[in-house]
Design a protein around this ligand. Structure first.
Ligand code: ADP
Ligand code: ADP
Length: 234
């Protein structure tokens, strides 16, 4: 059974704008899957349908079904989805700039997480992201774009997600940093068994780390296959 199963999902914004037109995506447990495609294709909308963030943008799923670990997500609030283990790192690396990385991680921890578990989680995150560890007590507003992206991912990891969804983490970063961050994501996926759904316009970089990809164009999946197959097609 896939951890995430999305079947023929349509999303309407403002009751008129059909942004995705019957998208089906499966994420097998423990796998890393990419949604590829150009700007405006419907990739972010697909992630928002899964995390429940559509409502704030006057959007809604108007058809189809989304199941997480077999549970139908229809009508479920975004916070409940987080509690179930779905974490969505939205585009634009949102972090609290007036707080340090350490304080950002604390602020992102689920309510009720004990101090000892939180501090163990932080150390685990810093071990994955040594650059972040070095800056843990600097103000986050002064971190580089790459370090802020690492912190945005760290804020997601501290919630101990089962499915980590990332929207364009490579945006605006130097190629060496993209390679570094993607390498770390792959390592987390392998070592923690965490399932990952990665949205990327940078198909070449994404296809280096995922097992499978979906190409989305104009609100529809136009191609789905293994990373190898998609690489030879692009
Ligand atoms: P991508 O992530 O692939 O760039 P999006 O999912 O952001 O694409 O957008 C898909 C389509 O939906 C685009 O035509 C976009 O203009 C439209 N869209 C996205 N968000 C909204 C919104 N809140 N209201 C109306 N239209 C939207
Ligand atoms: P366990 O179920 O072995 O007690 P945890 O409760 O520590 O594992 O974490 C739950 C899930 O969240 C794990 O499956 C793991 O994939 C993921 N996870 C938790 N913390 C981290 C982290 N710091 N980095 C990466 N993945 C993490």
């Amino acid at each position: 059974q896939p951890i995430l199963s999305m079947n023929s999902v349509e999303v309407l914004y403002d009751n008129v704008m059909l942004a995705i037109k019957g998208v089906s995506v499966q994420v097998p447990k423990g796998e890393m899957i990419a949604l590829l495609g150009s700007n405006g294709a419907g990739k972010s909308t697909t992630l928002k349908a899964i995390s429940g963030l559509l409502k704030a943008e006057r959007g809604r799923v108007s058809r189809g079904e989304i199941k997480f670990e077999g549970t139908d997500m229809t009508g479920m609030l975004a916070q409940n989805r987080v509690d179930m283990g779905i974490c969505h790192v939205i585009e634009g690396r949102r972090v609290f700039e007036h707080l340090t990385p350490d304080e950002n991680l604390t602020a992102a921890a689920p309510t009720g997480m004990s101090r000892s578990v939180l501090s163990a989680e932080k150390e685990k995150i810093y071990a994955y992201f040594p650059r972040l560890a070095e800056r843990r007590n600097s103000l986050s507003g002064y971190l580089s774009g790459g370090e802020q992206q690492m912190l945005a991912i760290g804020r997601a990891l501290v919630t101990q997600p089962k499915l980590l969804m990332l929207d364009e983490p490579s945006l605006g970063l130097a190629p060496f940093l993209v390679a570094e961050i993607f390498g770390i994501l792959k390592k987390i996926n392998e070592e923690e068994g965490m399932s990952v759904l990665l949205v990327e316009q940078n198909a070449l970089a994404a296809l280096e780390i995922v097992s499978e990809g979906y190409l989305i164009e104009n609100g529809r999946v136009v191609m789905n296959g293994t990373a190898e197959a998609l690489k030879s097609n692009s």
